[in-house]
Design a protein around this ligand. Structure first.
Ligand SMILES: C[S@@+](CC[C@H](N)C(=O)[O-])C[C@H]1O[C@@H](n2cnc3c(N)ncnc32)[C@H](O)[C@@H]1O
Length: 239
């Protein structure tokens, strides 16, 4: 599946060279999303991670750096990572800053020391491109990083809302046809339980959140914040 998405986003980078929003599928009914929607998208990262000046972040699946650049203004350092060379090339040219580093890599194949410096990590509207194996490896790597505090996964397509999104026979047939062709429309749809299982297996804990109600994707996507699992409370000493 990852070749499929890499090819899709490399092609998008060239096809929509004059539309950074379209390059990363930030569209609503085929049109570029509004600045208000983009602002809500960026604000959600700031709020969910409770960003502070001294934070060192990783932006997983950063695309063309549209969000990375906005977030970088509020923190000490940010590393954006994406496997589309073409989007990363655009990011380096158009969305750079002294505190941003862009890395070309598949996020499910990052080296074990990749999160060494980072205390907060986010993945915005990209988890649908991953499968359980890749996501599980990522959770373990992040959970094992020395400074890790919070991971925000935003925009998870909710498997329980599949029929709300593809809400008539024609749309559902389109979804099924794309899946059968190995050319998914949106990618992996996740239930909260599937996500929770992978997270808990990595020794982490998760809280699920509805998206801001004015976000156009709120009716079929959810967000989650992941932290280290708190140790079970000590038994009462009886004193
Ligand atoms: C919908 S775009 C979102 C980009 C950006 N996060 C944003 O919110 O604007 C999805 C991005 O995920 C990247 N991507 C998908 N699977 C990936 C993987 N396994 N490793 C690295 N990048 C990946 C794509 O290249 C693309 O840039």
């Amino acid at each position: 599946m990852s070749d499929y998405w890499k090819n899709h986003y490399d092609a998008n980078a060239e096809k929509f060279a004059d539309s950074p929003l379209k390059q990363v599928d930030r569209t609503i009914n085929g049109e570029e999303m509004s600045q208000a929607q983009l602002d809500l998208t960026i604000d959600a990262v700031v709020q969910a991670l409770d960003l502070q000046r001294g934070d060192r972040l990783v932006d997983l699946c950063c695309g063309n750096g549209l969000i990375t650049e906005a977030i970088a203004r509020q923190v000490e350092k940010i590393v954006g990572v994406d496997f589309s060379e073409k989007l990363v090339e655009f990011a380096r040219q158009s969305n750079s800053a002294p505190n941003i580093e862009y890395v070309v890599s598949d996020v499910s194949k990052l080296p074990s020391d990749f999160f060494g410096e980072a205390n907060k990590v986010y993945m915005r509207d990209s988890v649908s491109c991953l499968n359980s194996e890749g996501l599980s490896r990522l959770f373990r790597l992040i959970g094992g990083a020395a400074h890790f505090e919070k991971l925000y996964i935003a925009g998870v397509p909710d498997a329980d809302k599949l029929a709300v999104y593809y809400d008539d026979d024609e749309k559902m047939a389109f979804y099924r046809q794309r899946e059968a062709m190995g050319k998914p429309h949106i990618g992996t749809w996740w239930t909260e339980e599937e996500i929770r299982k992978l997270i808990e297996a990595a020794g982490l804990q998760v809280s699920f959140y509805a998206q801001h109600r004015e976000l156009a994707s709120a009716y079929y996507r959810f967000d989650c914040v992941i932290e280290r699992a708190r140790p079970a409370s000590q038994p009462d000493s009886g004193a």
